[in-house]
Design a protein around this ligand. Structure first.
Ligand SMILES: Cc1ncc(COP(=O)(O)O)c(C=O)c1O
Length: 377
């Protein structure tokens, strides 16, 4: 018997103007960190988020770090963020010398719980960093209210939600800064890449300065710590072509999510996220995430799927369970604590193949493999 065709978890689709724009860069020689595509991509993302400025950078992690650095965060400052997130959330705060304060997420969205965030505010809190998880927006109204009441800055992590919305407002454009990733599995990809969007011209100026080594008034004279987080025109050319196709990408991914829902909704003990969104949300289908029934071992389930040619990925390990933040590392904060919703999602969650190029047949085959696993008891 031949091995079943392998269904990757998420492959990019570069089917629009990507090759033409990249070839244009090669032909013109504008391949580095200046050029027309960079400006157009930054303006395009800013327009998508209905804000004035986009500052492109090397990746989504760099975008978060730049945002924290542009605020001037430092030792003694605290930033409230969700326990259920990628390591970049905590690292970007810690790299400025500030301390992440973890709170649990809401069970139905896996995003920062605003009530818990309110209880975590102290006189040292400077910012809140909600993460829009797996395509679903965080509950932004209470988060923005909380920030206003305490004079805090909101940095949205919009790495997974290009083109998503909350109460008809574009994600990334609600807080003072919004951070995007353009990694290959994102709704818009540049291979590697990131961007901070903001409506604040002074923050935009700081972001641009810090992105490029913080050159002083005289070039090569430096008055503060900057980074080389530049994105290239070549990457931005890809990004612009991807941005042009965003609506089509969103529509196809939503159809993939709907099809999985039809195939899987009756499975006992399983928790699905797509299609269960709140009325306030205009989600995007980034990855088709789910929680396995508690009695199923996730590692064994992923092996089972792989043997049937179906790729999958485990959810994030929560930040309070990260070895590097267990209090034993000199210079790193102790982020241990009890965040049951994050821990449960981190233990049981996985996502199924979700690439925009998947055929219906591939979605059905991935679904059937999961059905066989869950129903075999
Ligand atoms: C929520 C979130 N934030 C930040 C990042 C970091 O982005 P990058 O991989 O581009 O550094 C990711 C990456 O997947 C992410 O999912």
């Amino acid at each position: 018997m031949s091995a079943p065709e392998f269904i990757p978890v998420c492959e990019p689709l570069l089917a629009g103007n990507e090759a033409a724009y990249v070839n244009d860069c090669v032909a013109s020689g504008w391949i580095s960190s200046a050029g027309d595509y960079l400006a157009r991509f930054e303006q395009g993302m800013a327009a998508l988020c209905q804000v004035g400025h986009g500052v492109a950078c090397a990746n989504g992690t760099a975008a978060l770090h730049l945002a924290c650095a542009a605020l001037g965060l430092g030792p003694g400052d605290e930033v409230i963020c969700p326990a259920f997130s990628i390591i970049s959330t905590a690292n970007s705060i810690v790299q400025t010398g500030a301390t992440p304060v973890l709170v649990d997420v809401e069970p139905d969205t896996l995003c920062l719980d605003p009530a818990l965030a309110a209880r975590a505010v102290t006189p040292r809190t400077r910012a809140i960093m909600p993460v829009h998880m797996y395509g679903h927006p965080a509950e932004m109204d209470p988060i923005m209210d909380l920030a206003r009441r305490h004079g805090l800055v909101v940095i949205e992590d919009a790495a997974q939600v290009h083109g998503g919305g909350y109460k008809q407002k574009p994600l990334g454009g609600i807080g003072q800064m919004g951070c995007f990733s353009f990694f290959a599995n994102k709704l818009i990809t540049t291979g590697e890449g990131g961007m901070v969007v903001t409506d604040d011209p002074e923050l935009a100026r700081r972001l641009r300065l810090l992105r490029n080594l913080a050159h002083g008034p005289r070039r090569f004279e430096h008055h503060e710590l900057g980074f080389n987080y530049r994105l290239t025109n070549l990457q931005a050319a890809l990004g612009l072509a991807q941005l042009e196709r965003l609506e089509a990408t969103k529509a196809r991914k939503a159809a993939i999510g709907d099809r999985y829902n039809q195939n899987l909704a009756d499975l006992p003990g399983i928790t699905l996220y797509w299609g269960r969104h709140r009325p306030s949300a205009q989600p995007v289908m980034w990855m088709y995430g789910l929680l396995l029934p508690p009695e199923i071992d996730r590692a064994a389930a992923m092996d089972w799927l792989r043997e049937r040619g179906v790729d999958s990925r485990a959810f994030f390990l929560p930040l309070n369970q990260q070895p590097m933040y267990d209090g034993s590392r000199p210079g790193l904060p102790d982020l241990r604590g009890c965040h049951p919703v994050s821990e449960d999602a981190g233990r049981r969650g996985l996502y199924l193949p979700s690439g925009v190029g998947l055929s219906d047949e591939q979605v059905d085959r991935a679904s059937q493999a999961l059905r066989d696993l869950v129903l075999r008891g």
